[in-house]
Design a protein around this ligand. Structure first.
Ligand code: 13P
Length: 250
C-alpha cells in the first residue's frame, strides 16, 4: 500500500508573516485530525526556515520549490540543496512546469538537480507534464516519457523520490484532467518506471496529480488506482480548502 502524499505548492505567494500564519493553521489541523496521508507545504525561500520551526511538531513536511545543482559559488540568485537541508527542508520540488516554461529548465538540468538533491539526503518531487499543444498533437506519452527517463538518468535509487504529473493545461486554469485522463498517464509513468528499474520499485513509487485540484474533485482523482495524492497550487493557499483535499486523501 502506498501512503498518499498531498503537498501545497505555494509558488510566489505569502510573506514570512503570512506563511507562518497559514502554516500554523495547517499544522494544527494536520497534526490533530487523524490525517493518515503524508502532508507537505512548499513556501517561498525566505519563509522556509521560520515555517519549518512552526510545523516541526506536527509531522507536516517542509518542501522547497526549486534548488541549484552546485553546492555554492558564483550563481547569483540560486539556492543550493545544502542550504535547503540546513534550513530544515525534507523535500524539494524539481522541474515544475513553471520552471521549465518561464526559466528555461530542461530535462538535463532537472536531472542534475534530482541527483544533487537525493545525494544531499533531500526527498524529491519530480514534476512532469505536457502542454496543451503537446496533448492536442497526441504526443503526451512521448513528452512525459522523455521527462521521466531523462530526469531520472543515472539515478539508481528512487526510494526517496515522488513523481508529480501536472498537465500544463490544467495548472491554474480551472481545467482539471478527468480522472481517466490522469489515471492513463499515471499508469504509463508507472509502467515506464518498472521498465527502467523493476516492478517492485514501480509499485512503491508515489505519483501525485497536480492541476486545478480542489476539494470538489480531489476524492474522485485520489480514488484512481495510480493516483497517490496531489500537488496543489491555488487551493493550497487557503487552509480550509487545502485540508479538505488532505482529508480526501485519507
Ligand atoms: P493549481 O492547483 O493552481 O492548478 O497549480 C498546480 C500546480 O502547479 C502545483 O504545483
Amino acid at each position: 500500500m502506498r501512503r498518499k502524499i498531498v503537498v501545497g505548492n505555494w509558488k510566489m505567494n505569502n510573506t514570512i508573516a503570512e506563511s507562518i500564519e497559514l502554516a500554523t493553521e495547517i499544522a494544527e489541523k494536520a497534526g490533530s485530525d487523524g490525517v493518515t496521508c503524508e502532508v507537505g507545504i512548499a513556501p517561498a525561500f525566505p519563509a522556509l526556515y521560520e515555517v519549518g520551526k512552526v510545523i516541526e511538531w506536527s509531522g507536516v513536511k517542509l518542501a522547497a520549490q526549486n534548488c541549484h545543482y552546485e553546492n555554492d559559488g558564483a550563481f547569483t540568485g540560486e539556492v543550493s540543496t545544502r542550504m535547503l537541508a540546513a534550513a530544515g527542508c525534507n523535500y524539494v520540488i524539481i522541474g515544475h512546469s513553471e520552471r521549465r516554461q518561464l526559466f528555461g529548465e530542461t530535462n538535463a538540468t532537472v536531472n542534475l538537480k534530482v541527483k544533487k538533491a537525493l545525494a544531499e539526503g533531500l526527498r524529491v518531487i519530480l514534476c512532469v507534464g505536457e502542454t496543451l499543444d503537446e496533448r492536442e498533437r497526441g504526443v503526451t506519452g512521448e513528452i512525459v516519457t522523455a521527462q521521466v527517463v531523462e530526469g531520472l538518468a543515472d539515478v539508481s535509487d528512487i526510494s526517496n523520490l515522488v513523481i508529480a504529473y501536472e498537465p500544463v493545461w490544467a495548472i491554474g486554469t480551472g481545467k482539471t484532467a478527468t480522472k481517466e485522463q490522469a489515471q492513463e498517464v499515471h499508469a504509463m509513468i508507472r509502467a515506464r518506471v518498472a521498465k527502467l528499474y523493476d516492478q517492485k520499485t514501480a509499485d512503491h513509487l508515489r505519483i501525485q496529480y497536480g492541476g486545478s485540484v480542489k476539494p470538489s474533485n480531489a476524492v474522485e482523482l485520489f480514488a484512481m488506482p495510480d493516483i497517490d495524492g496531489g500537488l496543489i497550487g491555488g487551493a493550497s493557499l487557503k487552509a480550509d480548502d487545502f485540508m479538505a483535499i488532505v482529508e480526501a486523501a485519507g
